[in-house]
Design a binder for this molecule. Structure first.
Ligand code: ZN
Length: 115
């Protein structure tokens, strides 16, 4: 597999899972729609299109991380929110996190007091 994305984490550790970050050529949904990324909770994978421009990789990875955060077991079929609303929210949060981290480097270092 061609890897044009340097220094991308191989794994994201979150909740009870460690997600493998995979680069996929011509990433598509099961309906054959071209995707920038997707999050496969059942397979503990976050997949990114291998041809993403580097400037988009970070925000797409954050997008998939937020999908993982917003996929707790209690969000089942009965109380799922609308897919379009979910995508809009996930995108807004991902772009927001990336912008906050980019514009506030001190925040990246600051971890607060824990425990
Ligand atoms: Zn999404």
């Amino acid at each position: 597999m061609r890897n044009l994305i340097p220094n991308i984490p191989a794994e994201i550790d979150f909740g009870p899972k460690t997600y493998a970050v995979e680069l996929v050529q011509e990433l598509e949904s099961s309906e054959h729609v071209r995707l920038n990324g997707n999050h496969l909770a059942d397979w503990s994978k976050m997949r990114l299109d291998a041809d993403l421009e580097e400037q988009h990789v970070y925000v797409v990875l954050w997008h998939e991380i937020i999908h993982a955060i917003l996929t707790p077991p209690e969000l089942n079929d009965e109380n799922k929110i609308d897919e379009l609303l979910l995508e809009a929210m996930v995108s807004a949060i991902a772009y927001g996190i990336v912008e906050v981290l980019d514009r506030n480097p001190d925040l990246v270092q600051y971890r607060g007091r824990r425990g």
